[in-house]
Design a protein around this ligand. Sequence first.
Ligand code: DX5
Ligand code: ZN
Length: 233
Amino acid sequence: MSFDRSIKIAPSILAADFANFGAEIRAVEAEGADWIHVDVMDNHFVPNLTFGPAMCAAIRPHIKTVMDVHLMISPVDASLEAYAKAGADVITAHAEAGPHLHRTLQAIRALGCKAGVALNPATPLSAIAHVMDLVDLVCIMTVNPGFGGQGFIHSQVDKVRDLRAMIAGRDVHIEIDGGVDAKTAPLVAAAGADVLVAGSAVFRGGSVAEPAAYGDNIRAIRGAAEGATGQMA
Ligand code: DX5
Ligand code: ZN
């Protein structure tokens, strides 16, 4: 995985057909997805339950791009190896998920994965000030995690701008997760984000049988974001 700051659209399979993940992943990748975002929820750290490492391993062969695993679980450390073995390229843990974030990030890198840290809307950037040299990605949650289809929390845009300054020259991705669509994407792209997770805004109106809508949705989000950063749409 080489680093660049171009806009990357990461469809969240939380909004896909749970009975057909393989075909859904192949369809969104064929329609232009850059990464595949995989939401793991434990019904403890967040009030919803999705799937675990066995499902991640099962979908891995269908992903040709980047497998971006978002762990909304606590505790997290004991599970990291299972997600690395399942084939994750990026593993993101929440800063709020435990007291030993530094150890968690070290462990993710030691397993050969890119290390991400996610911050809930109420968590300040100061929570990661002293681990910046251990992160490859910071995920700013623009909803409270647990469910797709929620409204974008606008107060987080300033946080993204502050994070871009805090990252300075480091090769660290800024990922946005929650309520991203063609209206909100330009706000966070202009503030410095490069990875845009989108569930409902990518999968709405389409299906494996009718995947063209996925492509239209991805192009709309990408075009709006690139327009805000001055990149070619
Ligand atoms: C929320 C998840 C998100 C979610 C985004 O807890 O982490 O990845 O799927 O869904 P939308 O794009 O519908 O807000
Ligand atoms: Zn997510």
